[in-house]
Design a protein around this ligand. Structure first.
Ligand SMILES: *[C@@H]1O[C@H](CO)[C@@H](O)[C@H](O)[C@H]1NC(C)=O
Ligand SMILES: *[C@@H]1O[C@H](CO)[C@@H](O)[C@H](O)[C@H]1NC(C)=O
Ligand SMILES: *[C@@H]1O[C@H](CO)[C@@H](O)[C@H](O)[C@H]1NC(C)=O
Ligand SMILES: *[C@@H]1O[C@H](CO)[C@@H](O)[C@H](O)[C@H]1NC(C)=O
Ligand SMILES: *[C@@H]1O[C@H](CO)[C@@H](O)[C@H](O)[C@H]1NC(C)=O
Length: 549
């Protein structure tokens, strides 16, 4: 299909029609006593995924760890891993990583050699998952997964023998940088940052990580977000800074967030709220929600109440300070997932205790929706519950269909199926209310799009709107993060500048929508992004667009 000259539909806003659509939407939201629904995607994927990432083919890479004994899925073709260093099974014929295909429900076992326990990672510019650290023999490893289509089915993990990380890193956080390299921040007893590929100069001391170290740690899996000015926002325990990694200088230090510690093992979560072309990407905000009380990890038998607050920080304000809000439900070990409608889903976790084996009770089965653009006091809504507890070592990731894939949960050292909270092999999807078929009359479908775009480029997307005579179209990009321990490394969302749609063919409802790609690699580091079209805030299925430098 060619991009022929379109004809504008004309500016005559038929307000009565728009009003009808808005009334339908309001009525729809009101009849949902609890929004959204749940779908079981797989009864058993063979492993409890503690690290999860969605490839640009839409498949899902799941990882547990070695040194855990049998999982529930064996390696194919009688293959076994003979690693004398394995603490449980020196000859291990089980898979500890799988590729899951949400559409077909298929599972493909993958092969990892070294221990990936509490590792970190992120997709690079070419769609390769670059994965670092772990435990034991994996603690300094760099691994790569080059995704392939489901029909190919041969891609697998590759482990570099050399180079390795300078420092031993488990519980670190990675961030893709505008030049296509990665920074790896912190880890257990590791108060430094380093880069992948390794840069000369070894690991660089970052004082924040040591300064906030308390008797439980609480500085691990720090929340790292790349800011539009090219600096990094780094949050550990309750403190946060703006760090210029290029010059190794801390440029700002923010006030301490009130309340509990937020990082591992205290298990809050964080997102960079959507960056928007409509304000020139000037408004930059961080949201941190939930967490365990200080002491909940050190004294697990007390099962202390989790935090019920979120803090929101307008980083772009020179006098920024945390503005606190109250969630409807207490939550530690929650995951925060950016949705295409610019809301945040807060999902998974428990309302008492902390991260650790058997350290939590009262699983929170209800996701909570947070609308950052609503006025304070009306931002949270409780969604419909699942029946599956997702506590320690569980994950949540956005899929291209707009639903949230939820996997994992293992509150035990090994795979255990005879306790109250069993090792969880089921994979579900939380389907926000915008996925309801009652809204299909608004749902846009992207039918043609460029596979790759540069920075600040104007490009067109062909969109079909099924029956709605009017439209309110947005285009947004969402990265695909690496999710583990309540934090999605590299999660970001960019709302694009969109011109009024041009009607190309009235009979098929085909429109051309012209938009401008993100201006810089600081706003959107080169990588594959999910491009969603939304109509009246109802998204269709995303397509993958590669942003190239
Ligand atoms: C997985 O679990 C099921 C149900 O307990 C069991 O029947 C099956 O043998 C297990 N498979 C492996 C490879 O452990
Ligand atoms: C399968 O994917 C790999 C990359 O992971 C590639 O090297 C190989 O050529 C592909 N094979 C086929 C048959 O497409
Ligand atoms: C940097 O790390 C390498 C490998 O770990 C080591 O051999 C070298 O001495 C280190 N250099 C400095 C300046 O610490
Ligand atoms: C980076 O800065 C810290 C102080 O903020 C300093 O201790 C450290 O030595 C610096 N690292 C390098 C490689 O300059
Ligand atoms: C579950 O099985 C393990 C290993 O056989 C055993 O030690 C444990 O007591 C069992 N738990 C329950 C609740 O039966």
């Amino acid at each position: 299909m060619g991009f022929t000259e379109g004809v504008s539909e004309g500016g005559s806003c038929r307000w009565s029609e728009r009003l009808r659509i808005i009334m339908v939407l309001i009525a729809f939201v009101q009849v949902q006593s609890q929004g959204g629904s749940w779908k079981l995607l797989s009864e058993n994927v063979g492993i409890a995924s503690m690290h999860t990432a969605v490839t640009h083919y839409g498949s899902v890479i799941m990882l547990d760890r070695t040194n855990i004994g049998p999982s529930n899925i064996t390696l194919p073709h009688g293959r076994c891993r003979n690693n004398p260093k394995d603490l449980v099974l020196p000859r291990d014929c089980y898979a500890h990583s799988v590729e899951f295909f949400p559409k077909s429900g298929r599972v493909r076992p993958l092969y990892i050699w070294s221990d990936t326990w509490c590792s970190s990672g992120q997709f690079g510019a070419d769609g390769t998952l670059v994965h670092t650290g772990g435990d034991y023999d994996g603690i300094r490893r760099i691994r790569r997964f080059v995704p392939c289509p489901e029909s190919n089915g041969t891609c697998d993990w590759k482990e570099d023998k050399k180079p390795q990380l300078y420092a031993e890193r488990w519980y670190a956080s990675n961030q893709l940088l505008p030049d296509g390299t990665f920074i790896v921040v912190g880890g257990r007893s590791e108060f430094t940052v380093e880069f992948v590929p390794p840069r000369p100069g070894n690991a660089t001391y970052l004082p924040l990580l040591e300064q906030v170290d308390d008797y439980q740690g609480d500085n691990m899996y720090p929340f790292v977000h790349l800011l539009p000015d090219g600096n990094l926002f780094i949050f550990a325990n309750r403190d946060s800074i703006v760090y210029d990694y290029r010059k190794n200088v801390t440029r700002r230090r923010f006030p301490r967030i009130p309340g509990t510690p937020r990082c591992y093992p205290s298990a809050g979560s964080s997102v960079l709220l959507p960056l928007r072309a409509s304000d020139g990407f000037r408004q930059v905000e961080i949201l941190v929600c939930g967490g365990a009380q200080l002491g909940a990890w050190a004294y697990p038998e007390e099962l202390l109440d989790a935090a019920q607050d979120c803090g929101r920080l307008l980083v772009s304000d020179p006098d920024a300070d945390w503005v606190m809000e109250t969630m409807p439900i207490r939550r530690a070990m929650g995951d925060m997932v950016l949705l295409p409608n610019q809301h945040v889903t807060i999902i998974n976790g428990a309302s008492r205790g902390s991260q650790g084996w058997g350290f939590a009770e009262d699983p929170v089965l209800y996701p909570v929706d947070y609308d950052p653009r609503s006025p304070p006091g009306s931002r949270f809504a409780v969604m419909s519950p699942t029946v599956v507890p997702r506590m320690y070592h569980s994950t949540a990731n956005l899929l291209p269909d707009g639903g949230v894939l939820v996997a994992g949960s293992n509150t035990h050292h090994f795979y255990t199926f005879n306790e109250t909270y069993n090792t969880e092999l089921r994979v579900e999807q939380f389907r926000p209310e915008y996925m309801s078929s009652e809204l299909d009359f608004l749902r846009p479908a992207i039918v043609d799009f460029p596979k790759a775009v540069g920075y600040g480029e104007s490009f067109s997307v062909a969109v079909v709107l099924p029956s709605a005579p009017h439209h309110d179209i947005e285009l947004v990009l969402l990265s695909s993060p690496f999710t583990t321990h309540s934090f999605s490394q590299g999660q970001r969302m960019i709302s694009l500048a969109v011109e009024p749609p041009l009607l190309v063919d009235a009979s098929s409802g085909l429109y051309h929508v012209t938009c401008t790609s993100p201006p810089t690699g600081e706003i959107a580091p080169a990588a594959y992004y999910m491009l969603f079209a939304l109509n009246y805030e109802v998204p269709g299925e995303a397509v993958w667009v590669q942003i190239v430098p």
